[in-house]
Design a protein around this ligand. Structure first.
Ligand code: SAH
Length: 458
């Protein structure tokens, strides 16, 4: 589909000078945010920060100074959930010392669990579901009267100069319509809801105005974007619109579902100048039996075909994937299928997780029959194989000149990423300039599995 004229904001988006930032008036109160989990959580925490700033609060790095602490939780694996439980426990003492302190818990731990959580953590003043920032009004009376507007708040907070961020996350679609048998997220984040295209583009303009140069568009299934919107724009349409935002040099998106990786989307990655040649495409397993039991809706051959089409269409593309090891019923032979597929496809990055049964999911009714030490062994085996692949692939950067977006300094060197999302550290001898936020050509002189080193190209 093409974007209807009234949806095409490129022609009528405000110039950078016209964009209004949030007012900078304080009420003397302080807030602190604590976040674990996915990028979506990070961006939703930033929206919570924006709401609190609107109410006149200001950020403090020290929780002991805070009038309100908001925790953003993750339950995708049991280990994450246990960290949240630990953090909630640790805050009990703070609340005892300062009964005026308000504590709120949001994120995927909350949905449907409010009653249980209220009993378990009586020192928490408010539980609110992911994306339900408007609920803050219950403990932040300063927000009363504007709660209906809070959902439209941008996903950033603080004065741009203070934070100096070069890259930003921006949710474009909430929830997930897939029912992968292991995954708790659809139960905690609900069905898919896309943000209107204009709202996404407007926020991209505001981020550009703050000095952000790279935006990552987020969704549990980011490439399901738009099917629920009038005119059904898709992710390729949205990428085209954001590509026209002045000041945004790079655009990324994650995470994509292989089944929705359309030719149109792949072409958009190849053709749009600011869209980076990097795709996050979780495969989860390399054996059809496991994929079927995971309810992933594709076979290993379908996945191979998508990877080949991406590689044929997008020169120099890099690809990241997610893998779960030790899924119920995964035999040695099934697991070998995963190792073989990864060896064959030589993807650039593999995030590997050990299966963890989650409440209410389909697979939680099956026996968790791969012993913990075997899950560890499989985890190690994927990592060991991947480190060799990653080292070989990074080697391809050696001797070349690559464009790097600089996002900071580390251990005496400038740090940034290539369009393919490869981490690079470089020296810029004899230059006095602050390179943060700049696109720099770097001559790569040394490569390792997870990063490369170089110097600024003359
Ligand atoms: N929507 C994306 C990512 C969801 S969560 C997708 O479905 O591909 C991020 C990653 O956590 C998943 O890709 C998966 O690899 C991992 N994960 C999800 N549920 C898990 C579970 N029950 N046990 C272990 N890892 C899990």
């Amino acid at each position: 589909m093409t974007i209807a004229p009234d949806q095409d904001t490129r022609d009528r988006a405000p110039s950078l000078d016209e964009v209004e930032l949030m007012p900078e008036v304080g009420n003397g109160k302080r807030y602190s945010l604590w976040t674990i989990g996915c990028q979506m959580n990070e961006s939703e925490s930033a929206q919570v920060g924006a709401a609190l700033e609107l109410a006149g609060y200001r950020a403090t790095p020290d929780e002991r100074d805070a009038d309100i602490i908001v925790l953003n939780s993750c339950v995708v694996r049991n280990s994450a959930e246990q960290k949240v439980v630990g953090k909630l426990g640790a805050l009990q003492q703070l609340k005892r010392n300062n009964p005026e302190l308000k504590i709120a818990l949001t994120g995927c731990m909350v949905t449907g669990q409010e009653e249980k959580l209220t009993k378990q953590f009586p020192h928490v003043d408010l539980f609110f579901r992911p994306s339900a920032v408007e609920k803050l009004v219950e403990i932040v009376p300063e927000l009363s009267g504007v709660e209906d507007d809070l959902v439209e708040l941008p996903h950033y907070y603080g004065a741009a100069e203070q934070r100096g961020e070069v890259t930003a996350f921006m949710p474009i679609i909430f929830g997930c319509n897939y029912v992968c048998s292991y995954c708790i997220i659809p139960y905690r984040r609900g069905k898919e809801r896309s943000r209107p295209l204009q709202s996404v583009v407007g926020e991209a303009w505001m981020l550009a105005k703050r000095g952000v140069r790279e935006i990552t568009l987020l969704g549990q299934t980011v490439n399901a974007y738009g099917h629920d919107l009038p005119g059904t724009p898709d992710l390729a349409d949205l990428l085209a619109a954001v590509d026209g935002v002045e000041g945004i040099e790079r655009i990324r998106f994650l995470t994509s579902h292989p089944q929705k990786m359309t030719t149109k989307l792949i072409r958009a990655v190849a053709d749009l100048p600011h869209v980076c040649e990097h795709i996050n495409l979780p495969v989860q397993a390399g054996h059809d039996y496991t994929l079927q039991r995971m309810r992933r809706n594709y076979t290993t051959d379908d996945y191979r075909r998508v990877i080949h089409e991406i590689r044929e269409t997008v020169p120099n593309v890099t690809i990241a994937t997610d893998i779960i090891v030790g899924f119920p019923g995964e035999t040695e032979e099934h697991f070998q299928g995963t190792l073989d597929l990864l060896a064959e496809l030589e993807l650039d990055v593999v995030h590997v997780a050990m299966y963890s049964p989650r409440p209410k999911t389909i697979s939680s009714r099956w026996e968790d029959d791969v012993p913990q030490d075997e899950k560890h062994r499989r985890h190690q085996a994927v990592e060991a194989q991947q480190i060799a692949i990653a080292a070989r692939k990074k080697g391809l950067l050696l001797g070349g000149v690559h464009e790097v977006l600089v996002d900071g300094q580390q251990k005496g060197r400038w740090r940034g990423r290539t369009r393919g999302n490869q981490l690079i550290f470089f020296d810029a001898p004899g230059t006095e300039r602050d390179w943060v936020g700049k696109l720099v050509d770097v001559h790569v002189t040394e490569t390792h599995a997870w990063h490369a080193i170089g110097r600024i190209s003359e």
